[in-house]
Design a protein around this ligand. Structure first.
Ligand SMILES: [Zn+2]
Ligand SMILES: [Zn+2]
Length: 345
């Protein structure tokens, strides 16, 4: 089978490799759609511990497909079933896992990060992932590309649960990528009449506006725009969906009294932000941060998609064959398009 394997910094190769074998308690998934995430781009740009010329790794942790092979001890699934697989596999027995936060387990193993992922025709699903419920059946009407991008959407939902959107809220999202658009979709679903999407790139904003005409796009003079759209009150929710220190530093300034601010995007290591904590104090802000998503979030967002409450399908703007994966990475890194998918027939 074909697999896109990372050998080190800026060294991704499409190799012909043997189709993985499976044990009695594992399954093999035929990948139909696999989406490119910031994590893939970071691993490609920087390399990653444990990956080198002798130990290449197939990237991709956002994917969906059909069950090609089932180990004879696996119960509850059928051959040919359409599934989407959450990539984070916790140990299952530590207190963190038992509390539902297996995505923060100290022994976390992630498909496409630590073990071979889904930029390949087939992916092996380990026994623990099956036992923990990482493999979620998807309804026929949910596209493979939406089910793949659901991994990112689940991370956004984790954040959405923290900041909360009430009907009537004004929501400001800084960063008009796939993540920013997913926050926007959830805010609109929750009844926010004012959803402001900010980005420096007019091109990206135009693309987002075409996908979701209800968002208010702003590229310059954000403070004035927020004031204008909120009658001077500020945004009830501010989300930083990018990895820029200055954005975090300015975020409190856009928030309304009693506002909620979420740092969704982490900062590159070595970068720091100076925060004006007096704004938290005097404006009574609630500040939160989130990262990754639980299995519960993963199923919740797939459910929102299958019930037609949120449509993330249009966010996958570009599709490639695996042979063209370098072009997919280049376009994603250059922020052309919104979400990029590798798709298989
Ligand atoms: Zn991801
Ligand atoms: Zn654990």
């Amino acid at each position: 089978m074909k697999a896109a394997r990372l050998y080190g910094k800026n060294d991704l190769r499409v190799d012909d490799v043997p189709t993985p074998g499976i044990a009695d308690d594992e399954m093999l998934v035929r990948v139909r759609a696999a989406t490119v995430c910031g994590t893939d781009l970071r691993m490609y740009a920087n390399g990653a511990a444990g990956i080198d010329e002798g130990r290449p790794l197939t990237l991709c942790h956002e994917f969906a497909g059909t069950i090609e092979k089932l180990g004879k001890k696996v119960k509850g699934y059928e051959l040919g079933q359409r599934v989407s697989v959450a990539p984070n596999i916790g140990c299952g027995i530590c207190d963190v896992c038992v509390s539902g936060d297996s995505h923060h387990c100290g022994g976390l193993v992630a498909i496409g990060v630590h073990i071979d992922g889904a930029f390949a025709e087939f992916v092996r699903i380990p026994a623990l992932a099956i036992a923990h419920g990482n493999v979620t059946p998807i309804a026929d009407k949910v596209s493979f590309r939406a089910a793949a991008a659901n991994e990112a959407f689940a991370c956004v939902y984790n954040s959405f649960e923290r900041y909360g959107v009430n009907p009537g809220d004004a929501v400001l999202i800084i960063g008009a990528g796939a993540i920013g658009m997913m926050h926007a979709k959830l805010a609109l679903m929750a009844g926010a009449p004012t959803v402001i999407l900010n980005d420096l790139s007019e091109e990206r904003l135009a693309q987002c506006k075409a996908i979701e005409p209800r968002v208010i796009t702003v590229s310059t003079d954000l403070k004035d725009a927020v004031s204008r759209e909120t009658n001077g009150g500020g945004a009830n929710v501010v989300i930083t969906a990018c990895s820029v220190p200055a954005v975090q530093e300015q975020a409190f300034g856009y928030a309304a009294l009693n506002g909620r601010v979420n740092f969704f995007g982490g900062l590159p290591s070595g970068k720091d932000a100076r925060l004006d904590t007096n704004q938290i104090h005097y404006k009574q802000l609630q500040v939160s941060g989130t990262t990754r998503s639980s299995l519960c979030h993963y199923r919740k967002t797939l459910d929102l998609i299958s019930k037609g409450l949120v449509d993330i399908d249009p966010l996958v703007t570009d599709s490639y064959r695996i042979e063209d994966i370098h072009r997919a990475f280049e376009n994603a890194a250059a922020q052309k398009g919104v979400k990029h998918a590798i798709e298989f027939d």
